[in-house]
Every structure is written in structure tokens, then in C-alpha cells.
Design a protein around this ligand. Structure first.
Ligand code: FAD
Length: 587
């Protein structure tokens, strides 16, 4: 008893040595392990020998749930978390934003058509509905250490963490979904003097700034010219976000603000600057010209073919590409919406893994980051590197040429067609764009007649132009959300697919890929153009413009909301706007 009370005291005064204690001296057998916890002493017998310990550790390592660490709570990260079977993994999420934001409605927030809180959903609300636990850390990832499989994060909500509020988290699988940041293209004065439209806070700042411009313009003792300058709103970037903001602003001014600031109603001007020849140039031509005509009718000045040289607090300097002439335009405020760039944390990670010479983090078609094991990349911070069919052409030919005759018959080709079209989606695009109904049409001769057989050179020639159809995916919510859902499915079916691979044939090395590669399905795109009119480009080359399209937009965006709560709030905001107009309070 005296021994045990002494032993107990020893453990209390040496807490670090209190975890494990080997009592027996008989090697290899009947070890007694004392585990001390909370003042109690528990003794375990019959534990494995030293030799067996590594295998135990290995076993424990294998049986513990794999740690999945997700960086980002945007479209990609949330879509992944919503579909992931979290009971099978130990899931942690890091993001400086503790909510998901429905970005397509951000332009509506700039003018109060919908309120900021109506388009966001707390991350904890989203994950609490799942069975299993997801740990969320409101922090920013500063560095990915891919060698040691950990990330360094910094919290901005707790100033009391040791060090510089930094902590590290280990992972087995890392999902990088941190999105992108605004891109100023190093244009002088942009960072200091422009508003951006990327985050919820940006939309709120723009809303306040618009009202400020009106309040400044009606102050006494200003000349008419000064009032006019205060009310000149300039938008840089004729892509969907810039165009939608211009349209929202036009509606806000003409439906609401002119009624409460009647003295300056004729002094307001909106200009849209675009470096390309047309606005909405990623859309069908019919949509782009409809938008330009509508803006002309609405009095929105569209300056295409103009490049911004610099921005100061009062002037924006632009160069007309056609004439080479520089013009200085006075402004009240400038909104910069010209595309996105790579975040510093991603740049640093790219340097580490040999992707330093690239602009965007590259993944393969399974969304695995190239050059780095167990790291996946989703959404705006990544690009999918589609394998070229010509790189594998000889291997495909060899795999298809079963009888090793050196030529390929149609029957032999048919045998690999499915795997080819799954592995190289550009083949399907090539067939569509060249109006070929069947992949075997590729093997027809130059005269259009079917050939019995083709040799390797003829085969190469037949597929020579296919890779030109390879397109990089756009940086959109649609792509990000589909990637998140795809990756979650891969994680959920990992065991099954390792045992029974479902992917296409590996032409070079033999066997099959475990999973099918990611395939993006374009569901169409909208461009709201103001005045209750919108344009839509839907699959199957279907273009629709006008009032009915705006109602289609309302119904689709209401249905796409992430929760019933936000759906109710957004529809409520639209109704409030129809009945009472937008609120112009500067809060
Ligand atoms: P994001 O949604 O940007 O999410 C990134 C996440 O990572 C955020 O939670 C962020 O807080 C977090 N994060 C950032 N840095 C770190 C870090 N260091 N560590 C950890 N977490 C970090 N797309 C469409 O398809 N249709 C539209 O109509 C449309 N309209 C748009 C309108 C606007 C105004 C904007 C700005 C974008 C619009 N988009 C639209 C594009 C769409 O929003 C993006 O393509 C989409 O958000 C990309 O998703 P993501 O998950 O990659 O990035």
C-alpha cells in the first residue's frame, strides 16, 4: 500500500510521465501498463511486446478515421461538405468566413434589392444537419506544408492564442477550396481608389458609397459640374458581374433615388468600361448585342475597346485601343470588376510543389493537385489539366489492336470507344462541333467513305484535331459546386471503388482508374439586365431574352438557395422591393 501511495504521489507530481508506465520486467510478455487519469489508476495487462508495438500503432493508424481538412466555405467547400459522408471521416474546416454566401445575388446587395443577411447561411447551420461531427475553425490558412501534411492557420477572432494567434492542423486528405481574390492587374491606384465586388462586405461598402455620392451631390454651394462628377458611376469590366451591377445601379437610381433626390436626377451618369470589343463576350453574340442595345436605350454609356491606365480619387485614365488616345474621366466612384487572381497561400503552395511557373493551381481530371499526394483542389483557385489524347494515342492504338496486326478495325476501335470518351471528353465536343453522329465517323477516309482498317498514322491523323476542343473550365459557382459534389462522391465510395474500379481503362499502364474523371455539365448562364429583363443561355444553343427570362431567373435563383431560411428571406426581399422600393438609408 505504501508503494502505491508513493507511486500515486509521484504520478501527480510528474503528470507528463503519468500516461504510460511499464511495471513488469519479463520481456515480451505480460506487460502491465499503468494509465493514470484524474487521480485514478487503471492497470492493463497482456499488452504487446516492444516488437509488436509498431504493428499496433500501424493497426490503430489504419482503424482511426482519416482526417479530412477542408480549406474554404464557398461554393466548392460547402458543396463538398454537404455531400460528404462525414460519419466515415474526421472532418475539419478552416475558413476566415463562418458563413456561405450566395454570390450570384451579391450585385443585388449593392443596391438593397436583397439584404446581405438574406444571402448568407452560417456554416455551423449547414453542417449541424449532418450525422457526425464537423469541426469548424474560423481562421485563415497561411501555409500548406505538404511534406509534413499539416497547415498553419491564423485566427483573427482570438487575440490570446500563443504566438501570433497561429495554430497548426494535421490532415490525411486536404481539400483546397479557398477561391480567388480580386485582380487589379497592378493598375496604379486601383487598390486604393476602387470598390470591388467579391465579398459580402464589398457589396455593403458599395451600397453605402452610392448613397454617399448622392448625399455629397446635394450639399449646398457645389457647382453643377461638381454635382455631376459626384454622380458619375464608373464600372470597369464588362463581364457578367460588371454588367449586372450596372443594371442594378441603373434600376436603383431610376426607380428609387431620383424620387428622393429630385434636384440632381438629371446629373446622374453610369459608364461601363470594357477592354474587349463587346460586353458579355463569353456569352452568345445575340445576348451580348441585346445587352449593348438595352444599355444604350437606358443611357448607360458603354466604352468598349478601352483599357484603364490608372485610377485616382477623382479621375480614371483610360486609353482607347483603336486611336491610342488617352482620356481622363472624372468620377464619383469606380467599381472594379475585371476577373480574379491567385491567393498568396495558393501561390506559396504552388511554389512548394513545382507549380511556381503556373498562374492557377493545376489538378488532374480527378481533382488531385498535380505533384502532391492526398491534396485535392476545387473551384476558382484551381484549373483542371485535361490530358491530351495525342499524348496517349499510341497506347490507345496498342490497347485496341487486340490481334497485334498493326491495324485497327472498326470493331476493335468500338471496343475502346467508351473508355476513350470518358477519359478524353474533348472527343465528344469534337464530334458535336463537327456534326459527326458517331465516333466511328472519325475513322472515315478523306473522301468520306468508311475504311475497313486504319494504321497508326491514319489513326493519329483522324484524331489530330480533337485536342483543340479542350477548354478550360470557367471560374463559376456552377463549376465549383459540381466539383465539390463530385469529390464528396469519390470520398464516399473510396473503399468500393478501390475494390471494384469504376473508371476508364488506363491505356498506358493497364488496369482501370478507380473513379470516373470529373465531368462538368454546363447548365446554362443568366445575365440580369435591369428593368425586369434578363438574358439566358441554356444548353442546346437556346437563347432567351426579355421579361419572361427575368421570371425564369427569379425562380431558378430562389430554388438554388442553400436553405429554406435564405429562400424565404430572398423571396421576401424581392416582394418588399416590388411593394416599397429599395431602402436608401446609409447604415
Ligand atoms: P469562393 O466561393 O470564393 O469561396 C472561397 C472560400 O475560401 C471562402 O469561404 C473564403 O472565405 C475562404 N478562404 C479564402 N482564403 C482562405 C484561406 N487562406 N484559408 C481558408 N479559407 C480561405 N458564378 C456563377 O456560376 N453564377 C453567377 O451568377 C455568379 N455570379 C457572381 C457574382 C459575383 C458578384 C461574384 C463575385 C461571383 C459570381 N460567380 C458566379 C462566381 C462564383 O461566385 C465563384 O466562381 C465561386 O464563388 C467559386 O467558388 P469557390 O468555392 O472556389 O470560392
Amino acid at each position: 500500500m505504501r508503494f502505491f501511495s508513493y507511486f500515486n504521489k509521484f504520478l501527480q507530481s510528474h503528470p507528463s510521465s503519468s500516461k504510460l508506465l511499464v511495471l513488469s520486467s519479463i520481456r515480451g510478455f505480460c506487460l502491465l501498463l499503468a494509465v493514470y487519469s484524474g487521480g485514478g489508476l487503471v492497470v492493463y495487462a497482456d499488452l504487446p511486446s516492444d516488437k509488436e508495438k509498431p504493428s499496433l500503432a500501424l493497426e490503430q493508424e489504419e482503424t482511426r478515421k482519416k482526417r479530412v481538412l477542408v480549406l474554404g466555405t464557398g461554393w466548392a467547400g460547402i458543396s463538398f461538405l454537404k455531400d460528404l459522408d462525414i460519419s466515415s471521416y474526421d472532418v475539419q474546416v478552416v475558413s476566415p468566413r463562418n458563413y456561405f454566401a450566395f454570390t450570384p445575388l451579391l450585385p443585388s446587395v449593392t443596391c438593397g434589392t436583397v439584404e446581405a443577411r438574406s444571402i448568407v447561411e452560417p456554416v455551423r447551420n449547414i453542417v449541424k444537419k449532418r450525422s457526425g461531427e464537423v469541426k469548424f475553425w474560423e481562421a485563415e490558412c497561411l501555409k500548406v506544408d505538404a511534406v509534413n501534411k499539416k497547415v498553419i492557420c491564423r485566427s483573427y477572432v482570438n487575440e490570446n492564442l500563443p504566438g501570433k494567434n497561429e495554430f497548426s492542423l494535421e490532415y490525411d486528405y486536404l481539400v483546397v477550396a479557398v477561391g480567388a481574390q480580386v485582380n487589379t492587374f497592378n493598375t496604379p491606384g486601383v487598390a486604393e481608389n476602387c470598390y470591388f465586388l467579391k465579398e459580402v462586405e464589398d457589396a455593403q461598402s458599395i451600397r453605402r458609397a452610392v448613397i454617399d455620392c448622392f448625399e455629397k451631390a446635394v450639399l449646398p454651394e457645389l457647382t453643377e459640374e461638381e454635382r455631376r462628377i459626384n454622380l458619375h458611376f464608373v464600372i470597369v469590366g464588362g463581364g457578367p458581374t460588371g454588367v449586372e451591377f450596372a443594371a442594378e445601379l441603373h434600376d436603383f437610381v431610376h426607380e428609387d433615388l431620383v424620387k428622393i433626390y429630385p434636384s440632381v436626377k438629371d446629373l446622374v451618369a453610369i459608364s461601363l468600361i470594357q477592354s474587349g470589343d463587346h460586353i458579355l463576350n463569353t456569352y452568345d453574340e445575340r445576348i451580348s448585342s441585346f445587352a449593348e442595345q438595352k444599355f444604350q436605350r437606358d443611357g448607360i454609356e458603354v466604352l468598349t475597346g478601352h483599357r484603364v491606365l490608372s485610377v485616382s480619387d477623382r479621375l480614371i485614365d483610360v486609353k482607347a485601343k483603336s486611336t491610342g488616345q488617352n482620356v481622363s474621366i472624372p468620377h464619383g466612384m469606380v467599381v472594379w470588376s475585371t476577373g480574379v487572381g491567385t491567393r498568396p497561400v495558393v501561390k506559396d503552395f504552388m511554389e512548394q510543389i513545382g507549380q511556381g511557373n503556373r498562374k492557377v493551381l493545376a489538378t488532374d481530371e480527378w481533382l488531385r493537385v498535380k505533384g502532391c499526394d492526398d491534396v485535392y483542389g476545387l473551384g476558382d483557385c484551381t484549373t483542371v489539366d485535361q490530358k491530351k489524347i495525342m499524348e496517349d494515342i499510341s497506347a490507345i492504338f496498342k490497347a485496341a489492336d487486340k490481334d497485334n496486326s498493326g491495324t485497327l478495325t472498326i470493331e476493335e476501335f468500338k471496343d475502346v470507344i467508351e473508355d476513350v470518351t470518358i477519359r478524353y471528353p474533348q472527343v465528344e465536343l469534337y464530334l458535336q462541333n463537327n456534326h459527326l453522329s458517331d465516333i466511328t465517323d472519325l475513322l472515315k477516309g478523306a473522301d468520306g467513305n468508311e475504311r475497313e482498317e486504319v494504321d497508326i498514322e491514319e489513326f493519329k491523323l483522324a484524331l489530330a484535331n480533337v485536342d483543340k476542343q479542350t477548354k478550360s473550365l470557367p471560374a463559376t459557382a456552377q463549376v465549383a459546386a459540381q466539383q465539390g459534389a463530385y469529390l464528396a462522391r469519390c470520398f464516399n465510395t473510396r473503399e468500393k471503388c478501390i475494390a471494384e474500379p469504376e473508371g476508364p481503362r488506363k491505356f498506358r499502364s493497364g488496369g482501370r482508374h478507380e473513379f470516373r474523371p470529373f465531368r462538368y455539365r454546363h447548365l446554362g448562364q443568366f445575365a440580369p439586365l435591369g428593368g425586369e429583363q434578363a438574358a439566358a443561355e441554356l444548353p442546346g444553343d437556346w437563347v432567351s431574352v426579355g421579361h419572361s427570362t427575368q421570371w425564369l431567373w427569379y425562380s431558378i435563383y430562389a430554388s438554388k438557395q442553400v436553405s429554406w431560411r435564405t429562400r424565404y428571406l430572398v423571396v421576401g426581399d424581392w416582394t418588399r422591393r416590388f411593394v416599397f422600393g429599395r431602402d436608401s438609408s446609409r447604415i
